[in-house]
Design a protein around this ligand. Structure first.
Ligand SMILES: Cc1cc2nc3c(=O)[nH]c(=O)nc-3n(C[C@H](O)[C@H](O)[C@H](O)COP(=O)(O)OP(=O)(O)OC[C@H]3O[C@@H](n4cnc5c(N)ncnc54)[C@H](O)[C@@H]3O)c2cc1C
Ligand code: FES
Length: 278
């Protein structure tokens, strides 16, 4: 059992949990993820590690309450326990002095981007960060990202704060040279960032979140096509060369279980189902 030490609501339906998990805190690196199982009959939910403190023995992660399990997770309070957490999984991010790095984060993935920006900065990079969300109410960690970045841009899909969408990046990319781009967020955002950086041949690393089951390279559910080759998101990633990813196929695979996901959330709302042990 993994005790929840701290719960923070960062934005509507976006929560941060700090959990006592000393073995994971000891080994975790930026870019890696964990798999959380709420109870004996719970499903496996992959979530990115957003912080780790080996001295305290704790890790943090931030999640969006989108479906049955993440909503269920959101009901837990400080002092409650999570049945199982596996990790750290996936490959750590490549962190070194690249020069000038453009970091683009969207939605809930603003949280792990904070860890990336901190690590890239410590490695001596000049870091320009873009944080984006659907609406201004979903922007969080703005002050923290501002303090760590050399420059911070804010964008929202509806234009309620900062730039409207990511098109302003066209001008940024036309006027200055970047050595690397790191992007984390929803697939359409990653796809757009790659379209924008490709003409300038800026190596662009994207964090992919395909549907996963075991997270250890055995089930094959997380298959993604990268440069025409089949890769597993969990063991070959989760970071890949964004200019080689087949985003259209990824979107199709992510929607594969949509009817089942909706049904599961509906049954849970109606008072539980057999698969949840209620
Ligand atoms: C490596 C990895 C790291 C992740 N890190 C985070 C994180 O730090 N914070 C966070 O909030 N979420 C993260 N996710 C996504 C998270 O795992 C899903 O949101 C979660 O599994 C949904 O579970 P659910 O039962 O609540 O919803 P479901 O009923 O399973 O799904 C609800 C909705 O979410 C979508 N969804 C389901 N799985 C994924 C997925 N893997 N990626 C994108 N959309 C999905 C579904 O298509 C559906 O629209 C990560 C996923 C992966 C693979
Ligand atoms: S999640 Fe099973 S192989 Fe990657």
């Amino acid at each position: 059992m993994y005790e929840i030490l701290r719960v923070e609501e960062l934005a509507p339906k976006i929560k941060l949990f700090e959990v006592y998990a000393p073995e994971i805190a000891e080994k975790a690196r930026p870019g890696q993820f964990i798999i959380v199982i709420i109870n004996e009959r719970g499903e496996r939910v992959p979530l990115t590690i957003t912080g780790y403190d080996p001295e305290k023995g704790s890790i943090t992660f931030v999640f969006n309450e989108v479906g049955k399990t993440t909503r269920q997770l959101g009901l837990l309070k400080e002092g409650d326990s999570i049945w199982n957490i596996t990790g750290p999984l996936g490959n750590p991010s490549e962190i070194k002095n690249f020069g000038k790095v453009l970091c683009v984060a969207g939605g809930v993935m603003i949280a792990p981007m904070l860890l990336q920006v901190k690590a890239l900065r410590e490695a001596g990079n000049t870091v320009v960060t873009v944080m984006g969300a659907r609406i201004k109410e979903l922007l969080f960690f703005k002050e923290e990202l501002k303090a760590l970045s050399h420059r911070l841009y804010v964008a929202t899909d509806d234009g309620s704060e900062g730039y409207k969408g990511l098109d302003f990046l066209k001008d940024v990319l036309a006027s200055e040279r970047f050595d690397r781009c790191v992007a984390m967020g929803p697939v359409p955002m990653l796809q757009r960032v790659c379209e924008l950086t490709k003409p300038y041949k800026i190596p662009t690393v994207v964090t992919l979140m395909p549907i996963m089951v075991d997270g250890m390279g055995m089930c094959g559910v997380c298959r993604v096509s990268v440069g025409g080759q089949m890769k597993f998101g969990c063991v070959d990633g989760p970071e890949f060369d964004g200019h080689l990813v087949d985003f259209d196929q990824l979107i199709k695979r992510q929607r594969m279980f949509l009817p089942e996901e909706r049904l599961s959330a509906l049954l849970w709302e109606l008072g539980g189902c057999e698969c949840d042990g209620k």
